[in-house]
Design a protein around this ligand. Structure first.
Ligand SMILES: Nc1ncnc2c1ncn2[C@@H]1O[C@H](COP(=O)(O)OP(=O)(O)OP(=O)(O)O)[C@@H](O)[C@H]1O
Length: 365
């Protein structure tokens, strides 16, 4: 039997402009059934605009939005099999919980019996089975958020769009809701497209992340791939914490930075090319200065609960962030060691396509 691998949603070369301002620049993405996707990027980069083009609230200027292989550019929002959970939940304060959830079904003129059944099911999915009669004002922020999700799920969408739904919650509740949302997505098997500017949230929740900047998707991939193999300075900096140091490729398996030559994984980059080297703070070990591959001087440190975050500088003036279980002496030199495999070398200004081709080649070799 042939397996249907056609994406549920595909954006093909989508551009969106308001007047002379281009907001989305040639967006290409595919969403498969049953996966948790995240659009991640700084404020104003176009995340909400992408959701709106999929939901049908915003027309594309050029390009196509496809559902199940059919172009839906002209299909009105209410005929697309998607629902959106908004940042502010957009619940109706004068309706109780069950009435809020029933709203869309009533508009679609379903029978009372069918509406009651589907509302109960949707409230049970978000663990609010006994809350149907409550007023919205009697709910916590997290509970309101779940009502908003139930109201979207009750319409049985193929894709649920979530626009920063956790941003109004305090840190603890936000973490709990991250687990809940992820579990809900997995148990329902619906495709979620989630928007956040919080990289930790994106890493924790997603099957796949699209990292955006200024109207473009810079890199798409699994959290592990994007963390370990960022395509460029922006992605490396935006995802997790990194030391990004200027360097030069010397030959296969050898890269130079801070005036020294280091063994590295083969990156498929020609000799003498200027590069940037990424080393994550947790991949650095502190040793005595004489034993270090590099010597840096400790500038300051913060206790982060389960580790010390140490800021140090090398002789070229590059800042180094190091995570260590032990404190260091401020003003003193320390040695740093690291595994060659933990050095990630990036070309300057490489496109994602060129990066993928290079990665594929050196992984095959
Ligand atoms: N209707 C509109 N008219 C003109 N400009 C718009 C309109 N809607 C959005 N924009 C602009 O498009 C850009 C992208 O906005 P968008 O809301 O998609 O960003 P975002 O990544 O979701 O940001 P945030 O994280 O702050 O919500 C912004 O510069 C915004 O000002």
């Amino acid at each position: 039997m042939a397996i249907n691998t056609q994406p549920i949603v595909r954006l093909k070369n989508v551009c969106k402009s308001y007047g002379d301002t281009q907001i989305l620049k040639n967006i290409n993405l595919e969403l498969e059934a049953g996966k948790f996707y995240t659009l991640l990027g700084p404020s104003g980069c176009g995340k909400t605009t992408i959701l709106r083009t999929i939901a049908g609230f915003t027309d594309v200027t050029t390009g196509d939005v496809e559902f199940d292989g059919q172009v839906v550019n002209d299909l009105p929002a209410n005929q697309r099999q998607v629902n959106t959970v908004f940042q502010d939940y957009a619940l109706f304060p004068h309706l109780n919980v069950a009435e809020n959830v029933a709203f869309g079904l009533k508009l679609n003129k379903l029978s009372k019996t069918e509406i009651d059944k589907r509302v109960s099911e949707a409230l049970a999915m978000v663990q609010l089975a006994d809350f149907g009669d409550r007023e919205i004002s009697e709910l916590s922020g997290g509970q309101q958020q779940r009502v908003a999700i139930a109201r979207a799920l009750v319409m049985r969408p193929k894709v649920l769009l979530l626009d920063e739904p956790l941003s109004a919650l305090d840190a603890k509740l936000r973490k709990d809701m991250q687990y809940e949302l992820r579990e809900l997505q997995q148990s329902l098997g619906i495709t979620f497209l989630f928007v956040t500017h919080d990289q930790e949230e994106a890493l924790a929740m997603s099957d796949e992340i699209f990292v955006m900047r200024a109207g473009e998707i810079l890199q798409g991939g699994s959290p592990v791939d994007i963390y370990d193999e960022p395509i460029n300075h922006f992605v490396a900096n935006f995802i997790g914490e990194s030391n990004i140091i200027p360097g030069k490729m010397l030959q296969d398996f050898q890269v130079e930075f801070v005036g020294k030559s280091f063994e590295c994984a083969d990156a498929g980059i020609p000799p003498n090319e200027a590069v940037e080297v990424v080393l994550r703070p947790e991949d650095l070990d502190i040793v005595a200065a004489a034993q270090g591959k590099l010597v840096v001087t400790v500038d300051s440190q913060l206790f982060r609960g389960n580790y010390f975050e140490i800021v140090a500088y090398d002789t070229d003036g590059n800042e180094w962030l190091v995570h260590s279980t032990n404190p260091a002496d401020e003003g003193e030199p320390i040695g740093l060691t690291f595994d060659p495999q933990d050095i990630h070398v990036m070309r300057l200004n490489e496109t994602e396509a060129a990066f993928d081709a290079r990665l594929e080649k050196y992984e095959d070799d």
